[in-house]
Design a binder for this molecule. Structure first.
Ligand code: ADP
Ligand code: TRP
Length: 321
């Protein structure tokens, strides 16, 4: 099976990215042919600071490898190193109905949050479809927020296949319902663009500051609380051992859950949880040449596959003469 997913280097990666996309990709390493990439063309729709984009691209790559992505077991590259994707995006855009893009929540949400409504942001799902279809991906592990974008990719593939003949594999979303959406500090979806994240690789002081900022209600310690409605509980659940989680559940239901204390416990749990990855990451960041080499080799392999698909597409639509 061909499994593919991408992540934007539009800021520091957070625990929502880890559970929604990175961990499922890492777990899929032995299930088939794995394609993982850093989607910097997509990040351009929201980032216009060249220094941060460039630094965050390499950092996102370091994060992914530190967390367990083995470059020997997958094809790992930076999106813009395979420029063929932009040609496919253009061709796909000519069979994409406007209505399909107009219905996309992500575009509307981002504009509502104050991100400038440029054409790239509107056409974002077409570039994402190109990412997926160029490599003929069968399974795409993502968080729930990307479900609609995957439906768009499928719709575009179907439209193309119906118009020009069978060309693209139809991709399936790989969404883990248990961790479909990790809540942020404020209870909304955790997202780099909402400023409500807990970074994976924060220093201890900043980590503590982030966790202490998790929004909780003002129910007194001794009173019972609804765990499902508590943002802190929902985040703890992702990291705390099952046994401890059962005890915490009791404290919520029967009274006795002290938010401040539980937050400090979460800081300790998080610090331990990512300890090994943090140490690996330190080494990767210190020797950038290793990562750059991995990414260059990955791009070369990805490009071969991309060119094969693009040749077929060019022929199908009549660009060969
Ligand atoms: P962000 O919203 O922080 O900019 P991206 O859009 O770059 O994150 O998402 C990268 C991957 O991480 C996607 O597969 C996305 O579904 C997943 N993801 C992002 N935020 C969350 C979250 N809060 N919960 C679960 N998965 C998430
Ligand atoms: N839109 C995805 C996100 O924000 C990132 C992405 C771009 C992607 N191209 C992709 C994900 C292809 C999976 C497959 O998270």
């Amino acid at each position: 099976m061909r499994i593919l997913s991408g992540i934007q280097p539009s800021g520091k990666l957070h625990v929502g990215n880890y559970f929604g996309m990175m961990k499922p990709m890492i777990n899929n390493m032995d299930r088939g042919e794995l394609y993982a990439f850093i989607v910097n063309f997509h990040a351009l729709t929201t980032v216009n600071d060249s220094k941060s984009l460039s630094a965050d691209t390499l950092e996102a790559a370091a994060d992914f490898v530190a967390l367990g992505l083995d470059p020997e077991k997958c094809i790992f590259w930076v999106q813009s190193d395979v420029p063929e994707v932009t040609e496919l995006a253009w061709i796909l855009s000519t069979v994409t109905p406007m209505g399909l893009l107009e219905r996309c929540h992500s575009y509307k949400d981002k504009v509502a949050k104050g991100i400038a409504a440029c054409h790239g942001l509107f056409a974002y799902p077409v570039l994402m479809a190109a990412d997926i279809l160029l490599y003929q991906a069968e399974l795409v592990p993502v968080g729930k927020d990307q479900k609609q974008h995957l439906e768009v990719a499928r719709d575009i593939a179907i439209k193309f296949n119906n118009t020009f003949g069978d060309t693209f594999v139809l991709p399936e979303p790989g969404i883990d319902d248990n961790v479909a959406t990790v809540p942020g500090l404020d209870g909304q979806k955790m997202s780099k663009s909402y400023g409500n994240t807990i970074g994976i690789f924060l220093d201890e002081k900043t980590l503590k500051k982030s966790v202490m900022a998790i929004v909780t209600d003002s129910t007194p310690v001794d009173e019972p609380k609804d765990p499902e409605k508590c943002n802190l509980y929902n985040i703890l659940q992702l990291f705390a051992p099952e046994e401890r989680m059962r005890e915490i559940h009791e404290l919520y239901v029967n009274g006795g859950a002290a938010y401040g204390y539980l937050k400090l416990e979460l800081v300790d749990i998080l610090w331990e949880y990512f300890r090994k990855a943090r140490e690996t990451r330190k080494k990767l960041v210190a020797d950038k040449s290793y990562l750059k080499n991995v990414l260059a080799q990955g791009a070369e392999k990805a490009r071969k596959k991309a060119i094969t698909t693009l040749e077929l597409v060019r022929e199908r639509v009549g660009l060969k003469y």
